[in-house]
Design a protein around this ligand. Structure first.
Ligand code: PD2
Ligand code: ZN
Length: 288
């Protein structure tokens, strides 16, 4: 592929430098995202005053950290097309990925025991699901959402804390920027009509909501049970439906609070069986 140093690339490098990243980290990130080393060097040399180092093999080994440090969004590192990703205490399978919208289907994220434990600790606390009322910043009953659910505080139990640490490592995003886990239960007939998970900047309640950690940037829906029919997570703009398979998950991110991200998604009606999910939303900053 014939790559060249574009104005956009040079602007991006200037932004990274302004954000305090070293030349080595910026170089590593460019290589990790597919830029040829010679082109990356040329771009850096024309943007930075000091000389830029050529990456040796050991230096290339740090590129994962470099790339992660530079992420503006929660995401998985799929740059080398891995079958599995080391999430610290568990190897997670990459089943499928889509680039626009960014959607990744994951396998083996949770063990069967973890799924059961989350369901059992959520069960006594279940209440009809509310959604954030963007008019006021409070919560409201929403006819588009017929599940029941509950929230855990971040780190509420050792099990929740372990799962949250796994997610942080997998998605290269700090644990502190995550909302508490939400567990949802859908009986036959229950659904969650298509919606966006980010907060609409035009709604009057949004500034209040954003005080707790900024915008949502990404969602991870983890399947804790397997309804026999129905209950898939749908992405109408992508013509995609992800089957709810116990222990699996679907991840998607959105770099702006806008429909152009094509992250409209919903929980299709459950037809037979029970559907349980745990959702983790990731914010720009520490969620307080
Ligand atoms: O349960 C689902 O499949 C689902 C679908 C859409 C969950 C959410 N959104 C959510 O928790 O935001
Ligand atoms: Zn959603």
């Amino acid at each position: 592929m014939n790559q060249s140093v574009t104005i956009e690339l040079r602007q991006w490098i200037v932004e990274q430098a302004a954000a305090g990243f070293s030349r080595e980290v910026v170089m590593a990130s460019m290589v990790a995202s597919g830029w040829q080393q010679a082109v990356a060097l040329k771009a850096l040399a024309s943007t930075w005053k000091e000389p830029v180092p050529v990456l040796t093999q050991p230096a290339l080994a740090v590129r994962r950290e470099g790339a992660a440090a530079l992420h503006r969004l929660p995401d998985l590192d799929l740059s080398l097309s891995p079958r599995q990703i080391d999430a610290g205490d568990r190897m997670v399978n990459v089943i499928a990925s889509l680039s626009q919208p960014r959607v990744v289907v994951l396998g083996n994220l949770l063990s069967a025991e973890e799924c059961d434990a989350l369901i059992e600790s959520a069960r006594p606390q279940l209440a009809r699901s509310l959604t954030v009322a963007t008019k006021t910043g409070g919560e409201e009953l929403n006819p588009d959402r017929t599940s029941s659910g509950t929230f855990f505080a971040r780190g509420q139990t050792p099990e929740v804390a372990r799962i949250e640490a796994r997610i942080a490592r997998l998605l290269n995003w700090p644990v502190e920027n995550g909302e508490g886990l939400q567990v949802l239960h859908y009986r036959p007939g229950a659904e969650y009509k298509p919606h966006y998970d980010y907060f609409d900047p035009d709604e009057p309640g949004t500034p209040t909501i954003l005080k707790r950690g900024g915008q949502r940037l990404a969602t991870l829906v983890m399947y804790l049970s397997e309804p026999a029919r129905g209950g898939g997570t749908t992405f109408p703009d992508a013509g995609l439906e992800v089957a709810p398979v116990r222990g699996n998950a679907v991840f998607f991110n959105y770099d702006r609070p806008h429909p152009s991200t094509r992250t409209l998604h919903g929980g299709a009606p459950v037809i037979e069986g029970d559907k349980w999910v745990a959702t983790k939303w990731l914010r720009e900053r520490e969620f307080v």
